[in-house]
Design a protein around this ligand. Sequence first.
Ligand SMILES: C[S@@+](CC[C@H](N)C(=O)[O-])C[C@H]1O[C@@H](n2cnc3c(N)ncnc32)[C@H](O)[C@@H]1O
Length: 276
Amino acid sequence: MQVICTGSRLLNPIEAASFERSEKIQRKMGLHYPKETNLHFPINNTTFFYFCYMNILTPTADGSNTLFNDEIGEHYHSAHGALQESRHVFIEAGLKHGLEKFGKTEIDILEVGFGTGLNFLLSCAQTEEVNKKLNYHAVEAFPLPLASLTATGYHQYVSPNIWNSFIEKYDTAFDNSAEILPNCKLAISHTTLQNFSTQKRFDILYYDAFSVRHQPELWTNEIIAQACSFLKNGGIFVTYAITGNLKRALKSCGFQIEKLPGAPGKREMLRGLKTI
Ligand SMILES: C[S@@+](CC[C@H](N)C(=O)[O-])C[C@H]1O[C@@H](n2cnc3c(N)ncnc32)[C@H](O)[C@@H]1O
């Protein structure tokens, strides 16, 4: 197991309490952090802590790695298989479906929650394979450091051309659109979805936020409506999750809903078609 520290700051008392909860989760999961990376101590007899956030690289059931986000208390991908989930939900049900449906030579994708970039890497490989052009825009509130990306082992799933260019241009993708391949551009907005805005409209929306249990603010009717406003008419919304609330939120934005078989470990997933 590898531990990656992504920054540290002072916690307020509420966060300190949640930190204690997260320690319990760690113990339950049998995770043991090296002491020196887990800096927490009382200051001035208060209950404040300095806490070093960590993303813990951990294998999933299909052998691919994911990160466990210590602050949120959730993995970046399904523990049943990070690679399987990404392929099943975003590549098969999202990208391949969209390429077939639209029949265009160029496709515009928006992703909410760029994280490790796995969905992007597989999308880039897929569009290259079928000789289509990809314009990929992602929104990410807490970008991972390059060291976290290189530690994932995701180079195994794409060509060296894609991987090397991705690693070389990851940082610049935050400022400008970066050309990962001649037919594949990547831009990442370092902001929350709540604060994100663009005039561009997209063919496919990969909605890959943490779960409603851990990040309910990313699954409200308002935020789903905001995210869907960035889709073109006829555009596709795709996510690993499915809840009654999400279905209602999408229907009220004029979407036709499809329940599809979920990735391993999940019975169902959701795809929506924007009809207005
Ligand atoms: C489930 S992970 C995404 C996994 C990612 N697609 C991948 O392949 O690694 C959720 C991501 O959403 C990001 N995030 C959390 N809150 C956010 C917000 N308010 N707006 C945008 N991104 C957010 C997290 O930092 C994290 O990278």
